[in-house]
Design a protein around this ligand. Sequence first.
Ligand code: NG6
Ligand code: CA
Length: 511
Amino acid sequence: MKQLTLLSVTTALFAPATTFSAQPKESPRPNIIIILADDLGYGDVSAYGAQTLSTPNIDRLANGGIRFTRGYATSSTSTPSRYALMTGEYPWRNPRARILAGDAPLIISETQPTLPKMMQQAGYRTGAIGKWHLGMGNGQVDWNGPISPDVNSVGFDYSCVIAATQDRVPTVYIENGRVVGLEDSDPLYVNYHTNFEGEPTGADNPELLKMMWSHGHAQSIHNGISRIGYQKGGTKARWQDETMADYFVEKVSEFLDSDSTQPFFLYYGLHQPHVPRTPNPRFVGTSGMGPRGDAIVEADWCVGQLLRKLEEKGVMDNTLIFFSSDNGPVIDDGYQDQAVELLGDHTPAGSLRGGKYSLFEGGTRIPLITYWKGHISPQVSDAMVCQMDIFQSLASLLGIKRTTGPDSQDMLAEFLGQSNRGRHELIIESIRRLAYREDDWVLIPPYKGNLRNESGNETGNMKEFGLYHLTTDLGQQQNLAQKYPEKLEQMKTRFKQLAGEYYESVEMKLK
Ligand code: NG6
Ligand code: CA
């Protein structure tokens, strides 16, 4: 209840002079929207300093709300990052929270507390639209019937998603656990191990491709683009990559239009700028940076469409919006789409080191914005916050006492701009390797493996412990492990306490 009092104070302070007439009296239960882009880097948004790219709609959120400079995803890849957001639990506690195939089973157990379930129980109408990537079914999915468990099983009343990523089969939309537009006469089959007889692949039939792969992505071909995994059939049901943005914008609009007796909770997973980058022809050439830049312009347009819709409905000042990205940026992620050639001076990770797949800051420090018209005063916040904290913070907003995921912390005051304190510590993850963030510092244990992966991104693997003071060395150029042995020991000890048994398995990977 304390939080609600705090909120009414804020409401009084920042109440706009004019309110929409259609708007009922201030509700303590605002609509909630989480917009999560895919592989959008810290430096990919103009409000975060991008010079060559312009993202006016995302900027509108950033400049009219809180732009967090120390906002984190838990992980440098999608599945574990989204897992933490949905469950409030560190992804390394769940051995299945790794980059999932398109036919992987749901990795959230049906008994686990989840953010959407909490919202549902609090009386919200909940929807998930766009990228999913947390698995569905039990490992033996028949794509031609109802899929169970599905997205709705973790607490969504409505869902319309792509199962995994745009570069993974099946290349179909799934609405409330059913493939959209399937014909009985042409069933859909998916296999991640062997191809179906007679089906062309990117490896064997490059002449059929309109976008050539650079690494991986040489299996089934759909729409002139080869993917990860094999599929056959379901021809009428397959998505058109170039209209995916429009498709989901429309679904978002329909979701917002249906039933308005309850507040809504919307999880909107943008598919951009993940590969394959296939912006609608309307956006081709708009960035001057090729498909990657154009896809970001398109993502920004999607945000603009959503904001326009909220305005039309007169619910803007009763809607708290979170905008973020599931992990850091990557340039060549497996297709020859000119992202490298046309990058120019653009720095997708800003001045951070590393990007997607990295234990350096560029892997997990991402754009994170909160916006609530009339309730949040525009500001930049240096508080360390994590997407995983949204769960506990919304519990706090709604006055729910129940424990949410074990690792989610109450950052409501930070998300509303009433405190700059933030987290004291956070464990970040990249492909099952962990690092420990504490105040201004980060500790990266040594790990075996390549310094760069196939995308060319730095992994963060080092032979020795890495200790960086981020306030003075944001770009992580100076390893201070030798210079500050006491700090190193203190952080190792604490890291061990926090990661528990998992730390032991980390240690076994050393050297
Ligand atoms: C990798 C893919 C990459 C991307 C990533 C998942 C290859 C060579 N690379 O395995 O293209 O799909 O998985 O990205 O296949 S994420 O953002 O969904 O985590
Ligand atoms: Ca991603």
